[in-house]
Design a protein around this ligand. Structure first.
Ligand SMILES: Nc1ncnc2c1ncn2[C@@H]1O[C@H](COP(=O)(O)OP(=O)(O)O)[C@@H](O)[C@H]1O
Ligand SMILES: [Mg+2]
Length: 225
């Protein structure tokens, strides 16, 4: 489904070039669950940004084969408009800071990407809220919820438009260990149930073990553990 081939990305800092990702390759098949660990600053977020078409690599490609569209395309070559469309329909994003909009209700937050993509599946959203155990909170504002509950709302929002791929950047990094275990298990289970591929960056080895594949980013290289 996603074929990441030899991605290279560097930044120039004070005139010095630093290679963050060095020939990174990875295949993400439909429904795969993959965790990525690595030290702080090792390039984990950079890799997710490339996968979300929020940034461009120096070299390499990310080939997306979409059975529905019956076309193959390289995400790294997308125009702004194509990248926009890609994010609207093909990926969901979850961050460490939940990034919910505080002045609108939980339900409105969850519905946002579905509204933008024009794909509103009311029954599916209800099931999602039920699976994540947040249906009783839909009319509240995000800041009326605990951190763990807010992240469950962010998971629902990330999945609301039925993307084939969900990208999660340290999704439980802001939670205590009990909530981190609970929320990461819910995240993995929900993706599995929906056959959504999951790429999750995490600092926790315990959380990483919930996914089918464990990868490690070090010195620009991505290797499977
Ligand atoms: N836009 C940028 N310009 C310059 N350096 C950057 C930029 N974004 C990230 N970096 C650097 O790239 C490295 C990897 O960052 P990041 O992908 O955020 O790491 P991680 O998510 O693994 O902690 C860090 O050293 C960071 O400072
Ligand atoms: Mg990061």
């Amino acid at each position: 489904m996603f074929h990441i081939k030899k991605l290279t990305k560097s930044y120039t800092d004070a005139g010095e070039k630093r290679t963050i990702l060095n020939n990174v390759s990875l295949i993400i098949a439909a429904g795969d669950s993959i965790s990525i660990q690595g030290a702080s600053g090792s390039g984990k977020s950079t890799l997710l940004h490339l996968l979300a078409a929020l940034d461009k690599p120096d070299a390499g490609s990310i080939e997306l084969s979409n059975a529905k569209l019956n076309s193959d395309s390289d995400i790294t070559q997308f125009s702004e408009k194509q990248a926009d469309n890609y994010r609207r329909f093909q990926v969901g994003l979850i961050f460490q800071k939940f990034n919910l909009i505080d002045c609108i209700s939980v339900m409105e937050n969850v519905m946002l990407p579905a509204k933008i993509s024009g794909k509103i599946h009311a029954e599916y959203i209800q099931e999602l809220l039920h699976s994540l155990g947040i249906e009783q909170h839909v009319n509240k504002l995000p800041n009326q919820l605990s951190g763990g509950e807010q992240q469950r709302v962010a998971i629902a929002r990330g999945l609301a438009h039925k993307p084939p791929l969900l990208l999660a950047d340290e999704p439980t990094g802001n939670l205590d260990s009990k909530n981190s275990d609970l929320v990461s298990q819910l995240l993995v289970d929900t993706c599995k149930q929906l056959n959504t591929a999951l790429v999750m960056v995490t600092h926790s080895e315990k959380v990483a073990l919930l996914t089918q594949q464990q990868w490690y980013l070090d010195d620009g290289r991505l290797t499977q553990i």
